[in-house]
Structures are given as structure tokens and as C-alpha cells.
Design a protein around this ligand. Structure first.
Ligand SMILES: [Zn+2]
Length: 195
């Protein structure tokens, strides 16, 4: 059974490149890593092109001119508000955003993803991570739910996925997780499903 998801396998042991930070989670960007990736609110393994901002502000981002962003939902939503209000001008954004959600938050849902696409001008891929940053699941390339990261376990769908990358997991849509979902995400889901 394979849980591997994206186009390139994570660079794991044996590369000899990441001695000091091997205990940190890796970013697992779904494409070849573009230049000037700003990672907000999470310390990840150092790689060429990754700029880590455990704390960030608009000056950091205006100065870096990132080509993409990775960060927690609330951080990216704050970036969106700053862009909308004219405090940030991320004119070099050109690669899909990577948004992190905790298992408790659950997936963004289509409406929130579309909102991020609106202000950023680029698509969004989602990763489920624990608060410490450990990767739990990543969104399928084909938007067909999520795939569990290696070593992760969860209840939920186990149907094979169209993308050919192993088992599919649908965290937000599973009724068993409904109790832990926020009202906001319920609204997103309702809005996405309705109309
Ligand atoms: Zn898939």
C-alpha cells in the first residue's frame, strides 16, 4: 500500500544535506520548489529557496517578494487581508500556495480555497499537519480528497484514488469528525454545497 502523494518523493535519509534540521518537518511542496518560498508560522527543514518566518509581518514579505507562501490557515488569511487593504503587494506570487490545517480545523473547503485564490491569484494546495508541524495528510493533486502521510493513521475512506497514489482520505466529509469541526467550516461546506 502506498501513501506517497506528490510528484516527487520527500527527500529523506541519505541525502546528507540536512544535518542540523532533520528533526524539523519538511515542507513537501507539491511541485519543484520555486525560489523565495515564504513559510509562515512553522519551522521547517532548510532547503534552498525556503525562507522561514516563525513570526512575520508585512515588511518581511514586501522585502522578500515571495513567489509563493506556505502557512497556517489563519496566517494566510491575514496575508489576504493585508493584500486587500493595500499593506502588502505580493506581485511575484506565481506558484500554488500551500496552506496548513490542523486535524481539528479540518480542510478549508472550496469556498475558503476560492477566497485564497482570489486574493493571491494562484491555486491552493492543502496539508493537514499537527500543531507541531508533523505532516498528517496532503491534498490529492486531483483535488480528490487527501492522502495520508507515511506513518499516519486515521479513520475515514479507504477507496483507491483516481490519481493512482494509493488510498484516499476524506477528513472533513467524514461524519465522525463533525463534532470537532468549527461552525465556520460548517458554513463553508454549506455554502460550497448549496446554491
Ligand atoms: Zn489522489
Amino acid at each position: 500500500m502506498r501513501f506517497s502523494l506528490f510528484r516527487h518523493a520527500p527527500a529523506l535519509a541519505g541525502t546528507g544535506q540536512e544535518c542540523s534540521s532533520t528533526r524539523l518537518p519538511s515542507l513537501e511542496y507539491p511541485l519543484d520548489l520555486p525560489p523565495r518560498v515564504a513559510v509562515l508560522g512553522l519551522s521547517v527543514r532548510q532547503q534552498q529557496g525556503i525562507h522561514i518566518f516563525p513570526e512575520w509581518n508585512s515588511q518581511n514579505l514586501n522585502k522578500l517578494r515571495p513567489t509563493t507562501l506556505a502557512g497556517w490557515q489563519q496566517d494566510l488569511e491575514q496575508v489576504g487581508r493585508l493584500c486587500d487593504s493595500g499593506h502588502l503587494a505580493l506581485s511575484d506570487l506565481n506558484y500554488p500556495l500551500l496552506v496548513f490545517s490542523t486535524p481539528e480545523q479540518g480542510p478549508l473547503g472550496e469556498v475558503a480555497q476560492a477566497e485564497m485564490w482570489r486574493w493571491s491569484g494562484v491555486p491552493v494546495y492543502e496539508q493537514i499537519r499537527t500543531r507541531e508541524g508533523r505532516l498528517v495528510a496532503v491534498e490529492c493533486d486531483t483535488r480528490n480528497g487527501f492522502h495520508l502521510a507515511e506513518g499516519s493513521q486515521a479513520e475515514g475512506g479507504d477507496a483507491p484514488c483516481n490519481c493512482g497514489r494509493g488510498v484516499r482520505w476524506l477528513p472533513a466529509l467524514a461524519e465522525s469528525t463533525a463534532a470537532t469541526r468549527s461552525i465556520e467550516s460548517e458554513q463553508y461546506m454549506a455554502a460550497a454545497a448549496g446554491d
